[in-house]
Design a protein around this ligand. Structure first.
Ligand code: ATP
Length: 353
């Protein structure tokens, strides 16, 4: 049994079923993100693990113990919320000490742990400040220290970065990951930001409408999306439509071009329309790098973004976005220019529903 085991979890609010047969096993020390659009049930699953919501059915166990009937404070869990949720009338040190005081630790132990936690988040010099005297990023670091002070078995983070500026978000997510690895603490992190999830997780659970659509490493989720939803929610994607030409040989027709895919199209019939996905970084218009598939097209959009030039190439009914690296020695491509795009057939993914 895994360290945190969630089985057949369901949750309804009245007639609205918001979590549907959710299953997940998390190993000790793993960092797992729940990623999905607003309202897909991420927070509700997290709140059931924390004990703030009671499941309609299903089980949750931590280190072999069924916790569904335990109160939040009996679960040995640390939680950080989106809003900073610090006690405004307490100093940084008092906030961090809060859980330790509730569990009646000795003053010496409290002092030592507060010092240790403030060192961990590098805010020892601000221990006497009040929350209103801190930046948003500093407040979230204090919230993290407060959650970790009681040495929980599991750390739950509910969109802890979403109220912060873009730059602080990036530095704080790196800090959260570094602290998590240093402590080896099992962590569940809720976000609707795919870059955030890709950058810090050991595994990601992509959620849609109360279900886990796919569970995998960031590499797998990005490169081998299991469904059309995952493919389009995670990363930038070209969604194309092709027609099956020869299913046995894996040949499709893409705007009049015959393309042989890496695998046969078992279960498909000639003439059937297929949804296909192609990541922008898998495509090039540099003829010197031509890969196994090359198609004629016309540039119909060019956006100069600095280091890269996002270019859209029309192939007929379909069009493909790709990024070219800026080359100061040559001008960017022009709209209306005829080009050949090329990509490896293995990078053209056939999407399921
Ligand atoms: P977000 O990213 O916006 O926080 P989420 O994926 O975390 O979204 P949840 O907060 O889990 O989604 O909500 C899932 C669904 O459950 C939503 O439709 C929400 O309105 C509903 N819901 C959540 N809590 C309650 C509640 N206490 N009573 C009734 N409905 C609720």
């Amino acid at each position: 049994m895994a360290f945190l085991e969630i089985s057949h979890l369901q949750k309804s609010f009245g007639t609205n079923q918001v979590v549907k047969d959710f299953n997940l096993s998390i190993e000790k020390g793993e960092f797992v993100s729940f990623l999905g659009p607003s309202g897909c049930g991420k927070t509700t699953v997290l709140r059931m693990v924390a004990g703030f919501e009671v499941p309609t059915s299903g089980t949750i166990s931590i280190d072999g113990q069924d916790v569904v009937n335990l109160k939040p404070n009996q679960r040995n869990i640390g939680m950080v919320f989106q809003a900073y949720a610090l006690f405004p009338n307490m100093t940084v040190a008092q906030n961090v000490a809060f859980g330790l005081r509730v569990s009646k630790k000795s003053n010496a132990e409290i002092d030592a742990t507060v010092t240790e936690m403030l060192d961990l988040i590098r805010l020892g010099h601000l221990s006497d400040r009040y929350p209103y005297q801190l930046s948003g990023g500093q407040q979230q670091r204090v919230a993290l220290a407060r959650a970790l002070a009681t040495k929980p078995q599991v750390l739950l983070l509910d969109e802890p970065l979403s109220a912060l500026d873009a730059k602080i978000r990036v530095s704080l997510r790196e800090e959260i990951r570094a602290i998590q690895q240093k402590l080896g603490i099992t962590t569940v992190f809720v976000t609707h930001d795919q870059e955030e999830a890709l950058s810090i997780s050991d595994r990601i659970v992509v959620m849609s409408e109360g279900r886990a659509e796919q569970i995998g490493t960031p590499f797998d989720i990005y490169n081998r999306p299991a469904s059309r939803f995952v493919a389009s929610f995670v990363g930038t994607l070209n969604l194309l439509e092709g027609k099956v030409d020869d299913a046995k040989k894996g040949v499709i027709d893409l705007d009049g071009n015959r393309i042989t895919l890496a695998q046969p199209l078992s279960g498909h019939k000639k003439g059937e329309m297929l949804a296909l996905a192609l990541r922008p970084e898998a495509v090039t218009i540099d003829p010197h790098k031509a890969r196994d598939t090359a198609i004629e097209g016309t540039i119909n959009d060019v956006h100069f973004l600095g280091s890269v030039i996002r270019t859209r190439v029309s192939l007929g009914k379909n069009s493909v976005s790709l990024d070219m690296f800026n080359n100061p020695g040559s001008p960017p491509p022009a709209r209306g220019e005829k080009v050949r795009i090329s990509f490896a057939a293995k990078d053209l993914l056939v999407l399921g529903e």
